[in-house]
Design a protein around this ligand. Structure first.
Ligand code: SF4
Length: 205
């Protein structure tokens, strides 16, 4: 029972750091939970799960995927230091899931792990109440868009869900080939323009 869910934001965060639910169900997972930012944030990113460098630094999008992500967001006038210190960054599952058994890349969190971690994400969204959510990668995008849609049909679009704007981006890791394909780069540019429009609206100079 995640008792801390209905308490304050700091208690929720402390509860996430202490959480071992997936370990108790026998999943290979490496706590503590990784997330960052402020309850007052107006923009929130949701990734898939932290990688090993994120887990070691306890900082979301800490390595190459972060460099690429903030390269994209930089084109929307968003500086990394500002975003990290004033906005909010989380993920579908918050603990490093370890390597894939095949040895190639990190393990994708199972449906059960996603279920176990989902109440935390719901409460983070509820507490932070951001105007814009940027789901990054398929697992996070699936929270807001039908699974049957291809990334090509989703990236570069936005939709309003419960009063928030959802603007998806592809996974920014070097292992992802999607963002490396020429015709997909324009879709990312379209998404960045949408994010920039909201940044200007929410944070006028
Ligand atoms: S991934 Fe989420 S539910 Fe699983 S142990 Fe970490 S914080 Fe808990």
């Amino acid at each position: 029972m995640q008792k801390h869910l209905n308490r304050s934001f700091p208690e929720l965060q402390a509860g996430m750091k202490q959480c071992r639910l997936c370990l108790k169900e026998g999943f290979e997972i490496y706590p503590p939970a990784v997330f960052s930012g402020l309850e007052s944030a107006e923009m929130m990113t949701i990734g898939q799960a932290p990688g090993i460098t994120e887990q070691e630094a306890e900082r979301p999008f800490n390595a190459g995927s972060g460099t690429r992500l903030f390269g994209w967001l930089g084109r929307a006038g968003i500086e990394e230091e500002w975003f990290r210190s004033t906005q909010y960054m989380s993920s579908v599952t918050k603990c490093y899931p370890g390597r894939h058994p095949s040895g190639s890349g990190d393990r994708v969190p199972s449906r059960r792990e996603q279920e176990l971690c989902r109440p935390y994400l719901s409460k983070e969204i509820e507490f932070v109440n951001p105007q814009v959510i940027i789901p990054i990668g398929r697992l996070a995008i699936n929270l807001f868009f039908p699974k049957k849609l291809k990334l090509q049909d989703i990236i570069g679009t936005q939709k309003e869900v419960e009063g928030r704007w959802i603007i998806p981006l592809p996974h920014s890791s070097g292992a992802s080939r999607w963002h490396q394909i020429e015709e997909n780069r324009q879709l990312i540019t379209d998404a960045i323009k949408l994010i920039n429009n909201h940044r200007v609206r929410i944070f006028p100079a």
